[in-house]
Design a protein around this ligand. Structure first.
Ligand code: GLY
Length: 428
């Protein structure tokens, strides 16, 4: 068996780690991979956005199946092209990936399906958007409809902030085509959950729920980032909450996508707000989340790889039980390069702690220079994941390991999972 894994970040390193465990005899090829993935797979320098190059690579490698990590190749139709060539691929088609690539499309499908979410209106001109923001009142959410690298959502605390965000997107072209249409959305308060649902288009299998931290600073302060850490499981994601998310969100949404003739298969990432009326959708993503994947995948005792392969082949998940999980907690701390999320400095030599029974180190912004030295190549450099019987132990392990990451300008948050730290452990 040969598996082609597309992508080269921390999420893909975690996927490579999982696939290597679940298919011990398989040959793993990663495009483009990273130096951490290179310990598990043969890395080929084909970019994750090079759809034609990836199809050619999958053919040349006679890939049994392809696992697509990031959203960009899904948005560009990689899964469609692979299937046209008879190559099984894990991930949604371009049409189904619109659940992430167009927030306006996702709202429309949610409306059709009766999926609980915040009221929103879509706008291409600033005057109507500003009027809609005034009708809702502050705080109000202004969202670019398209892919904006996690930066296209502004929670405006005043009408002046709302006007500025609307003008930046619709007049100033801040996010280019991604911000040419925006949503003006009612603000929801509460705690957010990242719930990953593996789906064949009909059945949705939940993975352990996670929470991530998007702000750069401790106490969730400062600008948004790609994610500074995550933890799982989350005590407040009770079996009842997860059941409600499947019954009221995933199943009606999947049914609506089938009815449109664009079934969604792969990994549905439901970003949920826990409200007194039950979970409501903040957003959907069409792929595994980063850095949540780094903490969710190590918790599974079930063979995730077999389920991914079944979905890639178009097999049904009917009757497949919900994936079992270890009775463990995982906390992942992202070590970043200053001044991330502004343009970080790169090229510095880097030393990472070694993996251990209670520690997994996933590479993201790392590379080898011409001499083979490991160097920093991006803003989020690595996710260090502590694994332990309790949340507190896992957090202490992760924080201690983050302090062992050495490069000029390294920084990290010491409060990953602060909400969980304030909760009593769940007793099921
Ligand atoms: N953790 C957020 C994302 O993957 O989009």
């Amino acid at each position: 068996m040969t598996i082609l894994l597309v992508g080269g970040g921390g999420r893909e390193h975690a996927l490579a780690w999982r696939l290597a465990r679940d298919f011990p005899g398989a040959s793993l090829v990663a495009a483009p991979g990273n130096p951490g993935i290179a310990r598990l797979a043969r890395c080929v320098p084909t970019a994750a956005h090079d759809v034609a190059g990836l199809v050619a690579l999958a053919q040349a490698e006679r890939a049994t199946f392809v696992v697509v990590g990031p959203e960009a190749p899904l948005a560009a139709g990689l899964v469609d092209r692979l299937r046209e060539h008879g190559i099984p691929a894990f991930g949604p088609t371009q049409a189904a990936a619109q659940l992430e690539t167009s927030k306006a499309f996702a709202k429309q499908v949610m409306r059709e399906a009766g999926v609980p979410t915040a009221h929103a209106t879509r706008h291409a001109d600033a005057a109507s958007a500003k009027a809609a923001a005034r009708a809702l009142g502050a705080p109000v959410v202004i969202k670019a409809s398209g892919l904006a690298a996690g930066k296209g959502v502004i929670i405006a605390q005043s009408m002046a902030e709302a006007d500025a965000a609307i003008d930046a997107m619709l007049v100033g072209g801040e996010f280019g085509a991604a911000g040419a249409e925006i949503l003006v959305e009612a603000f929801m308060s509460g705690e957010e959950l990242s719930l990953f649902l593996l789906t064949d288009g009909t059945r949705a299998l939940p993975l352990p729920a996670a929470q991530d931290h998007k702000r750069v600073g401790e106490g969730d302060t400062g600008p948004n980032t790609g994610g500074m850490g995550a933890y799982a499981p989350v005590t407040i994601a009770t079996p009842e909450i997860v059941r409600a998310a499947i019954d009221r969100v995933a199943e009606p949404l999947l049914a609506a996508m089938r009815a449109r003739g664009t079934p969604f298969t792969g990994l549905l990432y439901a970003g949920l707000m826990l409200t007194p009326d039950g979970p409501k959708v903040v957003e959907f993503n069409c792929r595994f989340g980063d850095p949540e994947t780094q903490v969710v995948l190590p918790l599974l005792s079930a063979n995730l790889g077999e389920m991914i392969l079944a979905v890639a082949r178009g097999d049904s998940l009917a009757g497949v039980p919900f994936p079992r999980q270890h009775d463990l907690a995982a906390v992942g701390t992202v070590v970043a390069a200053a001044p991330y999320p502004e343009t970080p400095r790169t090229g510095m030599p880097l030393v990472l702690p070694a993996d251990a029974d209670d520690l997994l180190v996933f590479h993201a912004g790392t590379a080898r220079d011409a001499t083979g030295t490991l160097v920093v190549s991006g803003g989020r450099v690595a996710t260090v994941v502590g694994l332990a019987p309790t949340f507190a132990q896992a957090q202490a392990r992760s924080t201690a390991a983050a302090a062992e990451v050495r490069f000029d300008g390294a920084f990290f948050r010491r409060d990953i999972g602060w909400r969980e730290a304030g909760r009593a452990p769940r007793r099921d």
